[in-house]
Write a protein that binds this ligand. Structure first.
Ligand code: FAD
Length: 471
């Protein structure tokens, strides 16, 4: 745990907001205490016993009443702290946050000792008084909390942040401290728009293109330690990133076999007279992305030729699965349900005449050119084809939705299961359009369309986000 602490008015909340903005979770001990008041009836009972029934409400504490009481009487403050802090401390230890914003460290030396590093935000008493008066709190609290930061016993891991200057100066100091927790291969605030075929999306908080397995392991270890969610990206041809971007790390696999394009694979084996996947020509994804999605077209799907797939787990273990163990089905595989990163695969191709392979490739490419709106950014078929041989595109078209737009997102006039970005479509436009399509198709045909596009959330929970699929 890393702590951000400081006396009232020092600016620790501001420092926390910079850390959050940088992509890390920060637990607010004060907010946690109020959550505890709400959910812990035993705690409320103890407070009522000492301070009277007026001190509590049905689901919390009577803040103005308690504040008035304890900030005018140091003994009462101590009494309240002796009731609340042990419960709070044990809850914090249970959660074990990466960062915690906690004034409480001054009063909990045992907790302070467990911190890897303590950032003490410091400002003059005059400045602190000014700041808290600005927040409408009586300045008596500055004196009531007048413990000097030097009283924190864990000198060895103290980092002081001088917040007597401007906000920008403070931010620079915080980012400098944070930098040592972000490995060199990680870039920050990278626009995701250019990494997707839809050309939509905000920034990734973190972004990395590992060059070997050790770098992948190190990235996963970092994600675990700092509880940073991750999303594995191929060519981004089936992904709709949020307008607010992705609040974790996007790991792009450009330097691995699985990060090669499907086209490269098809072309390479075609040159050796091997086919079986040539009808997937024109799918603009990577080998890894195609395996994850079990991409398919014109009666072929990548799983037809898979012998085995090698992946790496979030704990850094390598796994090789047979085709059966990959649990392939229509636009799905086991990798949609686990957190593994696909590294490579072995294939069983079919020996074929090169002319036949190349004729098939040419034919499907011509078909794509004629039938798909390739002149506009898009992410391929937006919805899966429903069961019973129904075509999502035909269902959408029969609802009269071809050409229907929300903002710059439009149901393609050429292929109703494609949404195209006519210029500056946002993820919000695309999602609204998808909702409209789902609703209309349900109304007219009684069929519930399911998204094929992967939609990583902008504020993901720790762990992998590849499984999340909603729109
Ligand atoms: C014009 C167009 C036509 C298309 N036509 C077809 C089609 O005919 N048939 C079809 O099936 N699809 C089609 N698609 C959709 C898309 O190209 C495929 O789903 C493709 O397989 C996605 O690969 P990708 O590398 O772009 O993956 P991305 O879009 O980058 O990612 C898709 C999912 O795969 C995961 N992923 C990617 N790489 C890995 C990895 N190495 N390890 C673990 N997870 C990974 C990602 O986390 C994400 O959840 C089309 C798309 C476009 C734009």
């Amino acid at each position: 745990m890393l702590a951000i602490t400081g006396l009232i008015g020092s600016g620790k909340s501001f420092v926390s907001s910079i850390v959050r903005e940088a992509g890390f979770e920060v637990l607010d001990a004060d907010a946690l205490a109020h959550e505890l008041y709400k959910k812990n009836a035993e705690l409320r009972k103890k407070i009522a016993q000492e301070f009277g029934d007026e001190a509590i409400t049905e689901n919390g504490v009577n803040r103005p009443y308690i504040s008035k009481l304890v900030f005018s009487d140091p003994q009462k403050l101590e009494l309240l702290e002796s009731i609340v802090y042990p419960v709070l401390q044990s809850e914090i230890e249970k959660i074990n946050p990466v960062f915690i914003e906690a004034a409480v460290l001054y009063k909990c030396p045992e907790l302070a000792k467990k911190m890897k590093e303590i950032w003490v935000v410091e400002a003059s008493e005059e400045l602190r008084k000014g700041r808290i008066l600005g927040r409408g709190i009586e300045d008596g609290r500055v004196e009531a909390q007048g413990v000097e930061s030097s009283e924190l016993r864990v000198e060895s891991c103290l980092r002081r942040i001088d917040n007597n200057g401007t906000k920008e100066e403070c931010k620079d100091k915080v980012l400098e401290l944070l930098a040592k927790y972000i490995p060199g291969i990680i870039r920050r605030d990278i626009s995701l728009r250019k990494y997707t075929t839809f050309k939509i999306g905000g920034n990734a908080k973190f972004f990395a293109e590992p060059k070997d397995i050790e770098e992948i392991r190190a990235l996963f270890a970092w994600c675990r330690e700092f509880k940073v969610p991750y999303f594995i990206l191929g060519k981004g041809s089936n992904v709709l990133f949020d307008d607010d971007g992705y609040g974790g790390i996007v790991i792009k696999l450009s330097k691995f076999i699985a990060g090669n394009s499907l086209h490269f694979l098809i072309q390479t084996v075609a040159n050796q007279g091997l086919g079986g996947l040539e009808k997937l020509e024109g799918i603009p994804g990577t080998i890894g992305g195609a395996i994850f999605m079990n991409a398919g077209a014109h009666g072929q799907q990548i799983s037809d030729c898979i012998k085995s797939v090698t992946s790496i787990t979030e704990n850094g273990e390598m796994m090789t699965r047979t085709k059966e163990e990959c649990e392939f089905s229509y636009r799905s595989s086991i990798f949609k349900r686990n957190s593994e990163l696909i590294l490579s695969a072995e294939f069983n191709f079919i020996p074929m005449r090169q002319e036949t392979i190349n004729r098939n490739r040419k034919e499907v490419l011509a078909w794509r050119k004629a039938k798909q709106p390739l002149q506009y950014p898009n992410a391929g078929s937006v919805f899966k084809n429903p069961a019973n041989n129904l075509s999502a595109g035909a269902l959408i078209e029969s609802c009269g939705l071809k050409g229907f737009s929300i903002g710059d997102a439009q149901v393609s006039e050429l292929h109703a299961n494609f949404i195209v970005n006519k210029g500056s479509a946002t993820a919000k436009d695309v999602k609204a359009l998808m909702e409209k399509i789902v609703q209309k198709v349900k109304e007219v045909h009684g069929v519930e369309l399911e998204s094929e596009i992967i939609y990583p959330p902008s504020s993901p929970a720790p762990g992998p986000s590849s499984k999340i699929q909603s729109a």
